[in-house]
Design a protein around this ligand. Structure first.
Ligand code: SF4
Ligand code: SF4
Length: 1004
């Protein structure tokens, strides 16, 4: 600053009492003037610039308009480079509650929107709009002029101030529209025009008042209409007599103008003694009203609103003439200028251009200051624009600005305290700032320091006290900013924690629901198994119903247990880190401990659910195996194909489970994460289940093979195999063929990838080929037998087929019929049990269909397992229907008495109602087989449809997963890539299933 310049001059101190006495002598009607604490009387130097008239500066060749010429949020550009704009046109709109728009100050073309250095104490750059003038044109884009503004609504007037970009010209550039709304929150009784202009050298307000007093009076009336004060006070220092006279004349003229309504408020000019800083807002309020604005408070808190003359004139121009704020009065002064004066300059004009108007001295400018010598700041360059808050450019000559004196130690003289108008303790603030004890500086109301420089001015030790205060304020602002940022980060963290906890709770609830459903399902299966023990016919139903809990359920429980275990470990780790770090608060630690407790509870719950499901599964398995064995032994035939298939499916599922658990164990061992002991236990359990499944399958296969010769002998001794049996054998051959292909494919995949149990797969291929060979042999034998029978037999069978009731030949034909009758006929109790089995199998199919549809839609779950489950259920249903139909047919063919006695020559059955005489029995038998075939065809068609739907759903799920992966961020990429792999595998399996079903359809 140039305080050293001022301090070189002798100042005189005038007591407040003296000043008050002087003013009281002016007459009884003069308003009373009070005093404020401290203050100084530096040399004024106003005569340098207040003798020349106020003139308009020439239009600049180029203007640079910063988007932040006010306090609050910067404006948002609305123009583009190359766009032509008119004077007064909006080029940047306000954004946010406290902000102001920017308007073009000349007519021209936008040549740049870029960061430029702005006139600020920081010396930093800010975004600016650069406009180059277009010739000599000054084409205006005004708002609507409201000469009769009294007809306008208050809201419209306030909006006009906002639209015109009017901001305070005497301070930090506070938007006037916001100030005009102060009435909404405060009761205002006094409007003050701050015309004190106490800072040395500056005369911009003085010249404004002398040149445009009527505009100021009208501007005050507009503002008064918005805030409704009881009185309007124009506070002006006694060193501006011309301005006082001009204002008083304007007031008298206004009062004499009968065309206008009388003034609502008391309007007075109050002359105050010259003392720096009487132009400070709080100090002027104290001078005029004797009210003290509280620490960190605002003038509105004591019912006062203060405006600057430049601002009031801008209000009047905006309302009455529709002129946005595009210019202002600037004092060009200082000993380095030969023609100091005041100019009305367009905003954005270069300082260098303006200084040239005042004719810089040939010796040059030693220091260029924006503002006055007390509160202004030094500019490093004159290549800067003037903005809405630029009131003075002070150019000092080398002679008038001696080098700053060397700072000396504080001598604790206390002069700074006596000079401080804010009644602070500058010496203490200095110590705290220097020692970086900012909290203590805050405690001593550093925020109330108006940086007037009075303390520095009087300090005999030449200490630049204001510099220390500015430094301390900057540090405090930074700390507060960091604290706010930290607080926001904390809120974000807490919000994230809450969200994660909520999601975890939702997942846990779903897990619990699944666990309960699985327990219910297991209990239902166990009940069905117990009920099925009463009859041999229902044994196969029990075998189907009492299957172990599906592998998908067990898998889900294990996954839930593993997830709960990981969550617990994470929670424990977070708690330990917080406890070790020592930076977390007690409440944070308590929260983390609560998280650990909750995670432990979840783990316990998941483990109990898994245990229950595993037990249910294990208890159901023997029942199924027992039922299967019972069925085989009772009927004396091989285990049904459906049972064998179910056991194979169980073995395959167990094998997959072993592989998965082994893989999970290996991953955990490699990464060092996860509960390795729990995974080892899982592997052991899975292997045990696999061994058991293999043993069950082996036992069932052996039973089937031992029963097969008997069936074959029956076939050999009897007549030719019926057409339906031949078809069944063909289907079995086709299925065996598919199984061979599938096994070969699996073996090839394993060999190519080097993964999987290759010996086991080779054994599977060999096994499948053996089954295929057997199926082909059976089919060949049956075909040969059928051919032989067709050639040799025309009598007895033909007679039976013709429906002869009284055949006389009891030879071969009779034995054929008798051999078939005991096996085919069934008691009514058996038929009832078979019907129940068919209904149960039908329900199982529906459930499996639903589960597959759900999994296909969601893309979650093991589609392959579910498809296998559905196929098994459908096979069971078909088998149940075949058994039922056979039993019903046998019941119809042989009368109960004959079956019970085991007679060789049965009585001919009575014709069924509605049948037509001869051939009715043969017709009945043929119809029953047709029903069976129709049922098979219907089921196959259903399966084909279901698998087709599953393929479409799998395709959709895969597409969806791929789309999600393509848009995924880094955080989710890995997870989504895994999902894409899974959906692709599901799709492949679904397509394979469809191919298999299609082969069966073709074979049919
Ligand atoms: S005026 Fe200067 S020397 Fe005196 S007490 Fe204040 S800081 Fe110290
Ligand atoms: S700069 Fe601050 S501390 Fe110094 S006199 Fe002014 S208000 Fe008081």
């Amino acid at each position: 600053m140039v305080l050293s310049l001022l301090k070189s001059m002798v100042t005189s101190s005038r007591s407040a009492a003296t000043a008050e006495a002087e003013h009281s002598q002016k007459g009884q009607g003069a308003p009373r003037v009070f005093d404020f604490h401290g203050g100084i009387h530096p040399p004024e130097h106003k005569a340098l610039s207040n003798r020349a008239p106020l003139v308009a500066a020439p239009l600049p060749r180029e203007v640079v308009l910063p988007l932040s010429q006010h306090i609050g949020a910067p404006a948002q550009p609305l123009v583009e480079i190359g766009q032509r704009v008119k004077t007064g046109e909006l080029i940047a709109r306000a954004q946010g509650m406290i902000s102001a728009p920017v308007h073009a100050s000349i007519t021209g073309v936008v040549t740049a929107i870029e960061p430029r250095q702005i006139p600020h104490v920081s010396g930093l750059e800010d975004l600016c709009i650069v406009i180059e003038r277009e010739g000599e044109i000054d084409e205006w884009a005004r708002l609507e002029a409201w000469r009769d503004w009294r007809q306008q609504e208050a809201q419209d007037l306030i909006q006009r101030l906002q639209d015109a970009g009017v901001v305070g010209q005497g301070g930090a550039g506070f938007p006037s529209a916001v100030k005009a709304r102060v009435r909404e929150r405060h009761a205002i009784d006094t409007l003050i025009l701050n015309a004190a202009e106490c800072e040395p050298y500056i005369t911009a307000d003085d010249l404004t008042m002398r040149t445009h007093p009527e505009a100021l009076i009208e501007g005050l009336e507009i503002l008064a209409s918005l805030i409704g004060p009881e009185c309007i006070l124009i506070g002006i220092e006694d060193n501006k007599p011309e301005a006082v006279i001009a204002l008083e004349q304007a007031i008298r003229a206004r009062r004499a103008d009968k065309r206008l309504p009388p003034l609502d408020s008391r309007l007075e000019v109050v002359v105050v003694p010259t003392k720096y800083p009487s132009g400070g807002e709080k100090q002027l309020i104290k001078l005029l009203t004797d009210r003290e604005v509280p620490s960190r408070g605002l003038p509105a808190d004591v019912g006062v609103v203060v405006h600057n003359p430049g601002t009031v004139r801008a209000v009047q121009r905006a309302v009455c003439f529709g002129e946005p704020m595009i210019s202002r009065v600037v004092t060009l002064t200082g000993e380095a200028l030969q023609h100091p004066h005041n100019v009305e300059a367009r905003l954005g004009t270069s300082i260098a251009d303006l200084l040239r108007l005042a004719a810089p001295a040939p010796t040059g400018i030693a220091r260029l200051v924006m503002g006055g010598p007390m509160m202004g700041f030094t500019l490093e360059s004159d290549a800067l624009p003037i903005i809405k808050t630029t009131n003075c450019l002070l150019a000092s000559s080398p002679e008038s600005l001696p080098a700053p004196a060397v700072e000396q130690p504080c001598i604790r003289c206390g002069m700074c305290e006596q000079a401080c108008p804010a009644e602070l303790l500058p010496q203490q603030l200095y110590w705290f700032s220097k020692a970086r004890e900012f909290d203590k500086a805050e405690l001593y109301n550093l925020a109330d320091c108006i940086e007037c420089g009075a303390c520095s001015y009087v300090c005999p030790s030449q200490i630049p006290l204001v510099q220390y205060y500015r430094f301390a304020k900057g540090e405090i602002r930074s700390a507060q900013h960091e604290a706010r940022k930290s607080e926001r980060a904390r809120h974000r963290f807490e919000f994230k924690q809450a969200r994660m906890a909520r999601e975890e709770a939702e997942k846990e609830a779903k897990r619990q629901q699944r666990a309960q459903a699985a327990q219910k399902s297991a209990a239902a299966r166990a009940d069905a198994s117990a009920a099925a023990d009463t009859t041999s016919a229902s044994a196969s139903t029990a075998a189907a119903a009492a299957q172990p809990a599906p592998a998908t359920d067990i898998k889900a429980f294990k996954t839930a247990r593993a997830a709960a275990n990981i969550a617990l470990k994470k929670a424990e780790k977070a708690l330990k880190a917080a406890q070790d770090g020592g930076e977390s608060s007690e409440s944070d630690i308590a929260k983390l401990e609560a998280n650990v407790t909750a995670a432990k509870a979840k783990l316990a719950s998941a483990e109990s659910a898994l245990k229950a499901a595993s037990e249910a599964s294990e208890s159901a398995a023997p029942a199924a195996a027992g039922a299967s064995t019972a069925s085989s032994s009772t009927t004396g035939t091989a285990a049904p194909a459906a049972d064998l298939k179910a056991l194979k499916t169980a073995r395959a599922a167990a094998n997959i489970a072993v592989k998965k658990t082994e893989k999970a164990l290996k991953t955990a061992q490699d990464s060092g994460e996860g509960d390795i002991s729990a995974l080892e236990t899982s592997v052991a359990e899975a292997k045990a289940r696999l061994a058991k499944a293999e043993a069950d399958l082996k036992a069932a296969s052996e039973a089937s093979e031992s029963a097969a010769p008997a069936a074959a002998s029956t076939s050999a001794t009897g007549a030719a195999a019926p057409a339906a049996d031949l078809k069944a054998l063909k289907t079995a051959r086709a299925a065996a063929n598919i199984a061979v292909k599938k096994a070969e494919k699996a073996l090839k995949t394993a060999q190519d990838s080097g993964e999987g149990d290759i010996p086991a797969l080779e054994a599977s291929v060999t096994e499948a080929k053996t089954r295929l060979a057997k199926a082909e042999g059976d089919l060949k034998a049956a075909t040969d037998a059928a051919g032989a029978a067709q050639g040799a037999d025309k009598g007895p069978v033909a007679s039976a087929a013709a429906g002869s009731a009284q055949t006389t030949d009891t030879g071969a034909a009779g034995s054929t019929v008798n051999a078939a009758a005991p096996a085919a006929a069934a008691p009514s109790a058996d038929i009832k049990a078979l019907k129940t089995a068919r209904a149960a199998a039908n329900i199982a199919v529906k459930k499996a269909e639903k589960a597959l549809a759900r999994a296909s839609e969601s893309g979650e779950g093991d589609i392959e397992d579910l498809q296998t489950l559905l196929a098994t259920a459908q096979e069971n249903l078909r088998a149940a229907e075949v058994r039922l139909n056979s039993a019903q047919a046998g019941s119809t063919e042989a009368p109960p008495a004959a079956k019970a006695a085991g007679e060789l020559i049965p009585e001919a059955p009575k014709p069924a109602a509605g049948s037509v005489g001869r051939g009715s029995m043969a017709s009945n038998v043929t119809l029953s087989q047709a029903e069976i075939e129709a049922s098979r065809a219907e089921n196959l068609a259903k399966r084909h449809k279901q698998v087709s739907i599953a393929v479409k759903a799998a395709e959709a799920a895969h597409r969806k997963a791929e789309a999600a992966l393509s848009e995924a961020d880094d955080e989710n990429r890995q997870r989504l890539a895994t999902k894409v792999d899974r959906t692709r595998r599901n799709l492949e399996h679904a397509r394979e299933s469809l191919a298999e079903v299609q082969a069966l359809v073709d074979a049919q």
